[in-house]
Design a protein around this ligand. Structure first.
Ligand code: CA
Ligand code: CA
Length: 90
C-alpha cells in the first residue's frame, strides 16, 4: 500500500464534466467503468497512484459489488473523488 500523500489536484471541473470525462474512458463501451478504465481516467487527470485510487474509488462506489462502476454508481464515484481528492467542483 503506497503512503497516502494528500495532494490538491487543481482541476476545475463540475461534477457533470467529471462524469462526462469518466464516461469517455469506457473503452469497451459496455456502459460501465472497470478498474482498468478508471485507472486510465485518473491517470489522464494527472492523479498520482492512479491504480490505487481506482481500487479505492471502485470499492467505495461499487454499490452492487459487481466490480464495475455503472452510470448510477458514477455519481457516487464523482462525489467521492471530488470530496476526497480535491477536485474543484462548482
Ligand atoms: Ca467499460
Ligand atoms: Ca457496480
Amino acid at each position: 500500500m503506497p503512503i497516502w500523500i494528500p495532494k490538491k489536484v487543481d482541476v476545475p471541473l463540475t461534477e457533470e464534466q467529471l462524469q462526462g470525462l469518466l464516461k469517455q474512458y469506457d473503452k469497451n463501451g459496455d456502459g460501465r467503468l472497470s478498474r482498468e478504465e478508471l485507472r486510465e481516467a485518473f491517470r489522464s487527470l494527472g492523479l498520482n497512484f492512479s491504480g490505487w485510487r481506482a481500487w479505492r474509488a471502485l470499492r467505495h462506489a461499487d454499490g452492487n459489488g459487481d466490480g464495475y462502476i455503472s452510470e448510477e454508481e458514477m455519481k457516487e464515484l464523482v462525489k467521492y473523488a471530488t470530496s476526497k481528492w480535491g477536485f474543484t467542483v462548482y
